[in-house]
Design a protein around this ligand. Structure first.
Ligand code: BGC
Length: 700
């Protein structure tokens, strides 16, 4: 390969918003100067450009087509934060696998997913793209998603290459403001932010994306510690790293590169193999090599990593997409059915006083109210691939399908907009509510209020939506609040005053059908929050696995860690979610009272459905290292199982704890299990008042 051709393999360019390639791409591909594109998709278009690479370029190296397939390609599943609420890695794997099959059929080889950033601050808009705040749940979901996208062999016609992003600590942006600085200890990096990425590597993820943020003074896209020492050295990652969009060029804005040459030099030498959109490697690579600022080995290694992945994808053997396959695979009835199932498994019942839910199928009339009640666009959430709003079943449509208007009166009123001050629609909504047996009100955020560059300083329901809920509740009718949103919201008033609240996130194509399944009891909700809901934005960042401090909050003592104006506790804790039935945990057993640092214990517990309908419970196991050489979290999730139990049945669940779960990074950054007492807590949330507690001792 000539140097030019090598640098060409390191270059990725963006297509048109429509999914087409740009005219200049043809020429670049013909000359062997463009290794990859993003956003170019569709079997026919990708084939057109591929034909030029394979038939007209000197070396015939196929183009690698990337695209953000985040929660579905054309069949849109719940947003990732919603899907993580299922606490069900099998459904996450299935939706990634369906997304992969659709994308590959449409000529896409590579998805920029899963996004595995831990997010402890609900203001950050991109919290919607990940699995929430916890490294353990995040790791399980990361593995499931990588497995779903890539399978065992991503050269298969229904698999795509995955990309763990954004490496790293992007979710810790100060103030929750997107792209902002991150600054944290190596301990926090290793214990909280790294694990889902490590899990992705363990699952064989083919690529990483280097993030936009600066981390402890060194931008993540020029950070030799994270990109080379940890990723390549410690974890033996042998795939390639792509920069985030123009992140190489942004090294100049960060103020670590004085000019373009320096930006390219820093990123390449740190370990960023492919440059997304900016073209500094291409422009300055030859000069950097000539002056010895970048070595031939570094360039060759980056090229080798990219070509290796192209070989693994089978692109040299099968460069083209099959246009007839695309039509059969994309948005098939089976895929749509899976989206409905996934959506209903992702919903979290936050409140259900007096068993307002499920709604009886015998009621005569129902009022469906709210700015999101008949909204197709927002149900797709941010990053919705090739999703089409016309495919979306709204809540109103879902309720109509479940409760035919021939047998029921269904009254719809929008009430108000998501944002804005107008209350003009309130009267109509209140009239509809008064005339109906039950009211379902859909409120929340627009899809554009979360996602990239969509941070908020308030976590309140925007606009006049809360006033709308209040006006409806003033009618005295039973009101069910259906939340649709991409982040935790501060909904204290509703948590106190509304009878029923169902968190549905942005549930995708089948949102309305899936919500109706839950509202009418055909599906018993079993999701749990993957992220803490605060009482007020002022509590952020707020997360369950915090340290105890020297002065843990005590209601009876002023000089302890809390607020003057609100309780320190969350509104809804991590891991929380109700069901239409009740479960009881009992008989917690730990297999040993003493183990060695390299030993293991088995923890077992019985879970029983003590209610009258079948349902799912997510049994959660937390540990606490009571006294160690460094402070340890008050609790850490180390195991969970989602089980389905018919009424009156019980099951014994087992969890295994060993060094991977009990260890931590000590002051010397060594991963160790230290002697001393460990507490084991098993419950149905991170703050279950009925949780069972046991302990064991680690002895030298
Ligand atoms: C985002 C990435 C995304 C990329 C390509 C960037 O702005 O941060 O998450 O994969 O664009 O669309």
């Amino acid at each position: 390969m000539t140097l030019e051709e090598k640098l060409g393999q390191l270059q990725q360019f963006d297509g048109e918003a429509s999914g087409n390639y740009r005219p200049e791409h043809r020429d670049l591909v013909r000359k062997g100067l463009l290794g990859s594109t993003l956003n170019v998709r569709g079997a026919q278009r990708t084939n057109e450009l591929q034909r030029i690479a394979v038939e007209e370029s000197r070396l015939k190296i196929p183009v690698l087509f990337g695209f953000d397939v985040i929660h579905g390609y054309r069949t849109i599943f719940p947003v990732p934060l919603g899907e993580a609420s299922s606490w069900d890695p099998a459904v996450a794997e299935r939706s990634a696998s369906i997304a992969a099959a659709e994308a590959r059929a449409a000529g896409v080889h590579w998805t920029f997913a899963p996004m595995v950033d831990i997010a402890r601050d609900a203001r950050w808009g991109r919290i919607v793209e990940g699995a929430g705040e916890d490294p353990y749940l995040g790791s399980i979901m990361a593995r499931a998603r990588v497995r779903g996208f890539q399978g065992r062999d991503y050269s298969a016609p229904d698999k795509v290459l995955a990309c763990a992003k954004h490496w790293v600590a992007y979710g810790a942006a100060e103030g929750g403001r997107d792209y902002n600085t991150t600054d944290m200890s190596e301990t926090t990096l290793r214990e909280i932010y790294f694990p889902p990425f490590k899990a992705a590597v363990d699952e064989g993820v083919g690529t990483f994306m280097s993030a936009f943020n600066d981390l402890n003074g060194v931008p993540a896209s020029a950070n030799p510690f994270t990109l080379t020492k940890v990723l390549r050295g410690e974890w033996k990652f042998d795939g390639f790293v792509v920069s985030d969009y123009t992140a190489v060029q942004e090294l100049m804005q960060h103020g670590v590169a004085a000019n373009e040459e320096e930006a390219a030099q820093l990123a390449l030498n740190a370990g960023v193999d492919m440059e997304m959109v900016s073209r500094l490697y291409n422009k300055h690579g030859a000069e950097l090599l000539r002056t010895g600022q970048v070595s031939q080995t570094t360039i060759d290694e980056a090229v080798r990593r990219i070509l290796r992945i192209k070989f693994r994808l089978g692109l040299f053997e099968r460069p083209y997409a099959d246009e007839s396959r695309e039509r059969a695979v994309v948005f098939s009835a089976a895929n749509v059915a899976a989206a409905r199932d996934t959506a209903s498994r992702s919903m979290v019942l936050l409140k259900n006083d007096g068993n307002v839910l499920p709604i009886s199928k015998n009621i005569k009339s129902i009022a469906v109210i709210g700015p999101l009640a008949d909204d197709q666009v927002d149900m797709l959430g941010p990053w919705n691939g090739d999703g089409n709003a016309a495919d979306v079943v709204t809540l109103l449509a879902g309720i109509k399908a479940k409760a035919p208007p021939s047998t029921k009166i269904i009254r719809y009123a929008k009430g108000c907009d998501i944002e804005g001050d107008s209350t003009q629609g309130f009267d109509e909504a209140v009239v509809a509510a008064r005339a109906s047996d039950v009211v379902v009100v859909a409120v929340g955020e627009s899809a554009a209020m979360s996602g990239e560059a969509s941070s908020r300083s308030s976590l309140d329901l925007p606009g006049r939506q809360l006033d709308l809920v209040k006006a409806l509740q003033a009618t005295g009718k039973p009101v069910v609040v259906v939340l649709m949103n991409g982040r935790p919201l501060a909904i204290s008033w509703m948590a106190q005053n509304s009878a029923a609240i169902l968190e549905t996130w942005f549930a995708g194509n089948q949102a309305g059908n899936a919500i109706a399944d839950v509202l009418f009891g055909d599906v018993n909700p079993g999701g749990k929050l993957p992220v803490t809901f605060p009482r007020s934005v002022g509590q952020e960042p707020l997360y369950y696995n915090h340290m105890n401090t020297g002065r843990p909050p005590d209601p009876n003592s002023k000089w302890t860690s809390k607020y003057l104006d609100i309780p320190w506790t969350p509104l809804f804790p991590f891991g929380y979610g109700l069901s239409y039935t009740q479960f009881r945990l009992s008989n917690l057993q730990v297999s040993a009272t003493r183990i060695r640092p390299d030993g293991r214990v088995t923890v077992s517990v019985e879970v029983e459905n003590v209610g009258v309908r079948g349902g799912d419970e997510v049994v959660q196991l937390y540990i606490r290292d009571v006294a160690a050489s460094v402070t340890r979290p008050v609790r850490e999730l180390k195991g969970f199982q989602r089980v389905t139990l018919p009424p009156g049945t019980k099951r014994r669940l087992e969890f295994n704890l060993g060094p991977e779960q009990l260890g931590f990074y000590n002051r010397e950054m060594r991963f160790v299990v230290e002697p001393g007492e460990f507490k084991v807590m098993v419950g149905n949330s991170s703050a279950d008042p009925h949780e069972l507690v046991a302990s064991f001792e680690v002895q030298k």
